[in-house]
Ligand binder design. Structure first.
Ligand SMILES: *Cc1c(COP(=O)(O)O)cnc(C)c1O
Length: 474
């Protein structure tokens, strides 16, 4: 019987592994391309098996002390070098993911020169929440610039948002929601003329754009070779197809890279020198990323990028043939956002119908005039004809079902709710009263999404935090 108490006597390995496998039965599959978000599958099983072996080889090595484990220095130099080589040079840091890469870029920018008052970072509305998180953790303020109808930020508007307190200007190459590229050269020029660092968030695009360009496609300049770009983030656990826990942040200038570092001698213990946010950490993700990069190789990445982009283009064509649906913007990478033009056809209901048919389509809530939509990340393994079949079946079913019922007055009631007056149990009861069981995954989410969709971002955030708290409550 599974229990949340530590067993007095250790349990047998076979039983434990069987329990893990059983727990994973409720998870979405990480291979096969039916989950069009979160997971990146090359379709080359040997690559993923090798990554697992490399991960295991490095598993217990501790990145805390690079002098004790020189293997991590050798591996990190090679991984960062390979990324810098394709993305305009510079020197960098291997991190646990896009969020940590962005955290370090924001910290470096904050620390490279001091401003009077609270430091500010200027970000497009489509920039990843990791910038909001970094600002929140690092005591900076986010100054958000709206995007235009092509979901790109206007460099003139960015210039207008820069103040004497601005420490960083951000552009996305591309932004995740619609896969479109901000005008990086123009934004970097605006930042440079104000004497402000400029970070390019190529977390999702950084390891697909260079390969698409090498395969002959037209990719606008976006990397560290662009004048004014001072740092760039590239996630290897996305289109690098490495297991999770792998990203690189590059800095044009080694002195800016050092501003990301941290050292402390303020205690009587071992000396702490950290390039990243974590201190003790497994070298498993580093070993796995190194193995994946070298096993796939440049030709492999060109092929994977081309396959994924062709899948995205076929999806875009296919969506145009499904009445009521349209693609948002013109993606430059294999990310496609699909919205509905028909009030009777609700994208959140489409997502539920697809889930019931074994597919996961990622819902994105409306924001600043951008309609709610479904996000598709295409990868090396995507089978677009099957995806389009599932999508058009889900659309038919969603049209028949109609939009979800949001009880009248519920949104106002939620927006006015005194959340501080509710403990986890009370909030759980509230969720149950609207038919939501946080413990049950894969259930109908359309009503929940529809409710969140009509609420302002601050209320969405407050409710999501309470949801997470209930999910982990004991
Ligand atoms: C995924 C992503 C991030 C955050 O990366 P994590 O690895 O999830 O922390 C940041 N920016 C963009 C554009 C992304 O797609």
């Amino acid at each position: 019987m599974p229990s949340d108490r530590l067993p007095e006597t250790g349990r047998p390995a076979g039983e434990l592994l069987a329990e893990l496998a059983r727990l994973r039965d409720a998870d979405l599959p990480v291979r096969g391309g039916q989950v069009t978000a979160y997971v990146y599958d090359t379709g080359r099983e040997a690559v993923h098996a090798l990554a697992a072996s490399a991960f295991q080889e490095m598993l217990e090595v501790n990145c805390l002390d690079p002098t004790a484990f020189p293997s991590i220095v050798a591996l990190e130099r090679q991984v960062v070098g390979a990324v810098a080589d394709r993305l305009g040079g510079g020197s960098g840091i291997f991190t646990s993911g896009g969020t940590e890469s962005i955290m370090l870029a924001v910290k470096a920018a904050r620390d490279v020169r001091s401003v009077d008052g609270r430091p500010e970072i200027v970000v497009p509305a489509t920039a990843h929440p990791a910038f909001h998180k970094a600002a929140h953790y690092l005591g900076a303020k986010v100054v958000q610039v709206p995007v235009d109808s092509s979901f790109r930020v206007d460099p003139v508007a960015v210039a207008g948002a820069i103040t004497a307190r601005t420490v960083l200007v951000v552009a996305s190459a591309p932004s995740y929601p619609q896969g479109v590229m901000d005008p990086v050269p123009e934004i970097a020029a605006v930042a440079a003329s104000a004497g402000v660092p400029c970070h390019v968030d190529a977390c999702v695009g950084g390891w697909v754009l260079p390969w698409l360009r090498e395969a002959g496609r037209d990719v606008p300049p976006f990397d560290l070779s662009v004048p004014g770009v001072t740092s760039l983030s590239c996630d290897l656990h996305k289109y690098g197809y490495a297991p999770k826990g792998a990203s690189v942040v590059l800095f044009a200038d080694e002195s800016l890279r050092r501003c990301a570092y941290f050292a402390s001698a303020e205690w009587p213990g071992y000396t702490v020198i950290n390039a990243g946010v974590q201190s003790s950490k497994s070298a498993g993700p580093l070993g796995a990323a190194w193995a994946t990069l070298n096993a796939v190789g440049a030709r492999g990445y060109r092929e994977l990028a081309e396959t994924s982009m062709k899948a995205a283009e076929r999806l875009i064509e296919g969506v145009a043939e499904i009445p009521g649906l349209r693609v948002l913007g013109q993606p430059v990478v294999p990310l496609v956002a699909v919205a509905s033009d028909d009030p009777e056809l609700d994208v959140f209901v489409i997502a539920d119908e697809a889930r019931a048919r074994g597919w996961f389509f990622q819902p994105q809530l409306s924001y600043q005039g951008i309609p709610p939509n479904l996000h598709f990340t295409l990868t090396g393994v995507s089978d677009v004809e099957a995806l389009l079949g599932a999508l058009s079946d889900a659309v038919k079913a969603a049209r028949a079902a109609g939009p979800p019922d949001v009880p009248a007055g519920l949104a106002d009631a939620l927006a006015g709710l005194d959340l501080d007056g509710l403990d986890d149990a009370g909030f759980g009861e509230l969720l149950a009263s609207v038919g939501v069981d946080p413990a049950e995954s894969g259930g109908a989410m359309a009503t929940v999404n529809a409710i969140l969709d009509v609420l302002p971002p601050a209320t969405r955030e407050a409710l999501l935090i309470r949801f997470l708290s209930v999910l982990y409550a004991r």
